[in-house]
Design a protein around this ligand. Sequence first.
Ligand code: NAP
Length: 182
Amino acid sequence: MSAKGSARPTVGGIWAQSPEGVIGKDGTIPWHVPEDLRFFSITTTGNPVIMGRRTWESFPPKFRPLPARPNIVVTSHPETVASDQNNVWTAASYAEALDLAQSLLKQPDGDIWAIGGTRIWADALAHPELPLRRAYVTTVDLPVEGDTVAPELDESWSHRELADWAESSKGPRFRVDEYTRT
Ligand SMILES: NC(=O)c1ccc[n+]([C@@H]2O[C@H](COP(=O)([O-])OP(=O)(O)OC[C@H]3O[C@@H](n4cnc5c(N)ncnc54)[C@H](OP(=O)(O)O)[C@@H]3O)[C@@H](O)[C@H]2O)c1
């Protein structure tokens, strides 16, 4: 039993990637798929989200913090994040962010979402007590080049299709897969 009791949260990752695994370019996402933004919003609303500083900065100021969910930003420069805003916290490490997220859960067995980028997911995958157990991965069918890539999920993960290929109102095809591991 953990110090926080027997009920434990599920930590999930959520991202959208090109077929080659690109997730970002020049501090932004190199496509616009509003249907996937809606899926992201529905999935994460009400639950703490953990992100790196560059992901925080990738949101236009008028869209951050992400509404109706605690926003936890991992950074060694907390002064660059307006943490005086409601619903924004900073943490110096992923481990600190995860502790904070647990303290902010409405229920101890609630969901926590690691929303990027690369180091956040790497730390979440490797966390000794509460590693990533679920990942929602949207594949956007565009051959884009970028500077940031999605984590690779090894054979310990099983996978099922959540939503088959569909055409975005903005053009590219996309599909959603769920990965889980015990
Ligand atoms: N397609 C998608 O689903 C998706 C999702 C998220 C992000 N993105 C894209 O990915 C890019 C941003 O991701 P990124 O990987 O470059 O950066 P990031 O992880 O968002 O931010 C990196 C910064 O966060 C802090 N940080 C992150 N992990 C840390 C850790 N474990 N320990 C301590 N500090 C940590 C450090 O901040 P300090 O330098 O302040 O110390 C680091 O410089 C953008 O292009 C964004 O649009 C895409």
